[in-house]
Design a protein around this ligand. Structure first.
Ligand code: GLN
Length: 481
């Protein structure tokens, strides 16, 4: 196999410690793969070789001195282009930030580098993370490494493709309504959305601040646990990051899963799901029962309202957050005779169609006379959806569903119909609104060879349990395959 999709963090660290490879060679190898495959995949938008080699040299010096290596030593890491990286272009997949180089690093990146990770560069994504296919990027779509005529999912499509295609060993994405989990599912790799507040958002360029979260896309569930252990925890720079102790997620992985109650909500198994997805997810649930998990039937009655609720709240927050791109402070400025005209032209040429659609939807939902009918009502329904989860977790330890109703679709297949694109998020936005953690773990391929993801939700700050079940499932599936 030409991909290093199965290369894991532990393997990289062991190879380094045993001097079978140097950190410099690992970086060079990743860049060689990127040079070869990125023209086809379009997963990376910018590379940061100077910074990567400097970090690799630090790791190699530690090896030479015989020092204990940090947990992510030498890890070739890709970073979604919505996370601020000092001096390295950070575009959010938008023209409006085309030449923007942030003056600081996002907290999660700072922490990953301190733990030894090597930032290779920035990955493509839907513009401002708005999308489910990566086709809304101003810098062209990403191709799915598993099926190059198909989308990788979105909005963290570049991060998913970089890991699944073996260009990086792990990646950071962001998830507002499914953007880590869904591309993970469509590209066939584990992808974790932590609890809201578990990971600092400092340096994550805002889309919808009450929903945005940073999460890892990796080659294995253990790798997701390793990354989470580093990026989780309170950050004084983000008031919404929680001061909840960070468990040793890797140590938790080995604990038994027998006896765990897995809730199956009937609302996630209705019409609109591909037969191939259903088959793989049913088989996965049967597998979990074989591992000793107890199946519990659930009802989560407000699930039907999740898409409408999400697309009101997310667009409302986006319309406010994106007001800052006015041609004065950041990125693009299109000169004009008056200030108002400059704003209009800058935003008119800088934003793409989907971003404009969302700004308009969100502005409308927040406007006087409509606020109560739309935004306020959506906030109330959000509480009901959160209550569905709270009640479900009284009966079940974890909730198991498909990640996406469909497998990777063909490039261009859904671009003309925004509503059809929004419906791709039907199983992921619920957990986003409720603030709970969720993972997508691969559960095999359809007869067409397209990956299917199994989604596991846990209660707030229940990542250890989510990861434990995902890991047990991954190990059991590997034994079968
Ligand atoms: N696909 C969803 C949207 O377009 C989710 C995006 C995300 O999670 N960033 O809003």
């Amino acid at each position: 196999m030409t991909t290093n999709a199965k290369r894991t963090i532990a393997a990289v660290r062991a190879d380094l410690a045993a001097k079978r490879v140097s950190a410099r060679e690992l970086v060079a190898d990743s860049y060689a793969r990127i040079e070869r495959d990125n023209p086809r995949l379009n997963a990376f938008l910018a590379l940061s070789p100077e910074r990567a080699y400097a970090q690799a040299d630090r790791i190699d010096q530690m090896v030479a001195r015989g020092e204990e290596l940090p947990p992510l030593a030498g890890l070739p890491l890709a970073v979604k282009d919505v996370l601020a990286t000092r001096g390295i272009p950070t575009t959010c997949g938008s023209r409006i930030l085309e030449n923007y180089r942030p003056p600081y690093d996002a907290t999660c990146i700072e922490r990953l580098e301190q733990a030894g990770a090597v930032v290779l560069g920035k990955t493509n994504c839907d513009e401002f993370a708005m999308g489910s296919s990566n086709e809304n990027s101003a810098y062209g779509p990403v191709r799915n490494p598993v099926a190059p005529d198909r989308v990788p999912g979105g909005s963290s499509g570049g991060s998913a493709a970089a890991v699944a295609g073996g260009l990086a060993v792990a990646a950071l994405g962001t998830d507002t309504g499914g953007s880590v989990r869904q591309p993970g599912a469509l590209c066939g790799i584990p992808a974790l959305m932590p609890t809201y507040g578990r990971v600092s958002r400092y340096g994550l360029i805002a889309f919808a601040s009450s929903l945005d979260r940073v999460g890892p896309l990796t080659a294995s569930v253990a790798d997701a646990a390793a990354l989470l252990g580093v990026i989780a925890g309170h950050d004084p720079c983000d008031a919404t990051s929680a001061a909840v102790p960070v468990p040793d997620y890797l140590a938790e992985l080995g604990k038994p899963v027998a006896g765990l109650r897995i809730g199956i909500p009937r609302e996630y198994f209705g019409e609109g799901m591909d037969a191939g997805v259903r088959e793989r997810v049913d088989a996965a649930i049967a597998q979990l029962e074989k591992l000793g998990c107890r199946r519990v039937e659930l009802e989560m009655p407000h699930t039907d309202y999740a898409i409408a609720t999400y697309y009101l709240i997310a667009t409302a927050e986006a319309s406010s957050n994106l007001a800052r791109y006015d041609g004065v402070r950041y990125g693009l400025r299109t000169p004009a005779d008056s200030l108002a005209e400059m704003y209009r032209k800058t935003r008119g040429t800088g934003f793409g169609a989907e971003v404009k659609r969302r700004i308009m939807l969100g502005t409308y939902a927040l406007s006087a006379g409509y606020y109560e009918a739309y935004y306020l009502k959506a906030q109330k329904v959000r509480s009901l959806i959160a209550r569905d989860f709270q009640q479900a977790f009284e009966k079940a330890d974890l909730i198991v569903t498909p990640t996406s109703p469909v497998t990777a679709f063909r490039l261009g297949e859904r671009t003309a119909d925004p509503l059809a694109m929004y419906l791709a998020d039907i199983y992921t936005v619920t957990g986003s609104l409720a603030g709970v953690p969720g993972i997508s773990v691969p559960c095999g391929n359809t007869s067409e060879g397209l990956p299917v993801g199994l989604q596991i939700f846990g209660p707030h700050f229940g990542e250890a349990r989510v990861l434990r079940l995902a890991h047990a499932f991954e190990q059991a599936s590997a034994a079968v395959a």
